[in-house]
Ligand binder design. Structure first.
Ligand code: 2NL
Length: 346
C-alpha cells in the first residue's frame, strides 16, 4: 500500500503541475482526491492492514492528501493569474484612437429662414418681441376689433383652454401687449407658433409659425408699408423681386391689402409653381385700425401705423422651392440633412 501511495504521489504531482486549464485540473482533483478517487480507494483498503501498519499508512495517506490538495490549489492560483494576465493584455485600451462623435442636431430650414428675416428687419430698425402661445381671447381677438360675435373669428377657429383663454391664432397678441406697455415709436416683428383648427394637407397645418410686424409712429403711411415690405422681399429673394398689393379686408387694419410677390421661379412669366399667374400671394397687411390703436391707449389722431402678417412656413417653402409643407413637420433626416451640409451625422 505504501508503494501504491508513493506512486499516486509521484504521478499526481506531475500531472497537476502540468495541468493546462481549470477543467483539466478539476478532473485530476476528482480522479485522485474525489470520493471515488484513487486515494480514497486505497484508504478504504486500510481495514485489511495490521494494527501496527495502520498508523503509518494512515499518516502517509494524509500526508499525500495534504500535498495533493496544496498542489491543486497552487496550480489553480497559477492558472487564474495567467488567465488574468492574458485578459489584461487582450483588453488594452488604445487611448490614441479617435473618439465617437455625439450625434448633434442641425438647423431646420424654417429656423434658417427666420434668422434671415430677423437680420433684414433688425437692419431696418425693428426689434424682435416674443410672448405666450396660450393667450387671452381679449388680446388675440377682442382688442383687434373682433368681438365674440365677429364673423372673422370663423376663419381663425382655434383651441380653447377656457372661454377666455385660447391657443393664439396669430402673434398679434404680442403686438397688443407691446402697444399697451410702450409708447410710439414702435417697430417690432413678432415671430412664433400659432394654432388653428385646420386639417393638415400640402399647404395647411393646425400648428404653424407666423411672423407679424408692426410700426407705429407719427406720420406713418401706406407708402411706408409698401416700401418696407418691398425692400424686405427684395433682400430675401433677390433685387429683381417685384411686389404688388391687392385690396383685402381684415378687422384690425383699414385699409387692408394682400401682397403678392413675383414668382421666384419664373420671374413673373408664369410657370407651374405660380400656376401660370406670375405672382404668388405671400402676406396680409394694412394700416392699423384706429379702434385698435385706441384700445391700446394710443391716440389715432396723432399716431398711425402699419401691420402685416405672414406664414413663416410658406416663406420657407418658396425660399427653397419645396412643394409640400408637410416636409417641414415630418423631421425626416434625409430631408433635413440637405440644409446642414456636413453638420449632421447619421
Ligand atoms: C395674415 C394676415 C395680418 C396683421 C396681421 C395686426 C396686428 C395688430 C394690428 C393690426 Cl396689433 N394688424 N396684424 C395685420 C394684417 C394682416 O395677418 O394673413 N396672416 C397670416
Amino acid at each position: 500500500m505504501k508503494n501504491q501511495l508513493e506512486k499516486i504521489r509521484a504521478e499526481a504531482a506531475g500531472l497537476i503541475a502540468a495541468a493546462e486549464g481549470e477543467q483539466t485540473l478539476d478532473a485530476l482533483r476528482v480522479r485522485f482526491l474525489g470520493k471515488k478517487g484513487e486515494l480514497t480507494a486505497i484508504l478504504k483498503q486500510m481495514g485489511g492492514l495490521s494494527t501496527e501498519e495502520r498508523p503509518f499508512v494512515g499518516a502517509l495517506a494524509n500526508e499525500v492528501r495534504g500535498e495533493l490538495e496544496q498542489a491543486v490549489a497552487a496550480r489553480a492560483g497559477a492558472l487564474a493569474a495567467s488567465a488574468q494576465a492574458r485578459r489584461l493584455a487582450a483588453e488594452t485600451i488604445d487611448v490614441t484612437l479617435p473618439g465617437k462623435k455625439p450625434v448633434l442636431g442641425g438647423r431646420h430650414p424654417r429656423g434658417i429662414v427666420l434668422d434671415e428675416l430677423k437680420t433684414i428687419f433688425l437692419g431696418m430698425g425693428f426689434s424682435v418681441a416674443t410672448g405666450p402661445e396660450i393667450e387671452y381671447d381679449k388680446y388675440n381677438f377682442e382688442m383687434l376689433n373682433m368681438p365674440k360675435s365677429h364673423p372673422s373669428r370663423d376663419t381663425q377657429d382655434t383651441f380653447y383652454v377656457t372661454e377666455n383663454i385660447l391657443l393664439r391664432t396669430q402673434t398679434s397678441g404680442m403686438q397688443i401687449r407691446t402697444m399697451l406697455s410702450q409708447k410710439p415709436p414702435i417697430r417690432i416683428i413678432c415671430p412664433g407658433r400659432v394654432y388653428r383648427a385646420d386639417a393638415a394637407d400640402a399647404t395647411h397645418s393646425p400648428i404653424f409659425n407666423q411672423i407679424e410686424g408692426l410700426a407705429v409712429d407719427r406720420g406713418i403711411t401706406f407708402t411706408d408699408m409698401k416700401g418696407t415690405l418691398d425692400l424686405f422681399f427684395k433682400q430675401l429673394y433677390g433685387p429683381e423681386t417685384k411686389t404688388r398689393f391687392r385690396p383685402h379686408h381684415f378687422a384690425y387694419t383699414e385699409p387692408s391689402a394682400e401682397m403678392d410677390m413675383s414668382c421666384y421661379k419664373c420671374g413673373g412669366k408664369g410657370c407651374p409653381m405660380c400656376k401660370g399667374e406670375g405672382w404668388i400671394e405671400i402676406l396680409g397687411c394694412g394700416m392699423v385700425h384706429p379702434k385698435v390703436l385706441e384700445n391700446c391707449g394710443i391716440n389715432p389722431e396723432i399716431y398711425s401705423g402699419f401691420a402685416f402678417g405672414a406664414g413663416l412656413e410658406r416663406i420657407t417653402l418658396m425660399r427653397y422651392a419645396i412643394d409640400d409643407m408637410r416636409l417641414l413637420y415630418d423631421n425626416d433626416l434625409r430631408f433635413l440633412r440637405q440644409f446642414n451640409e456636413g453638420g449632421m451625422q447619421p
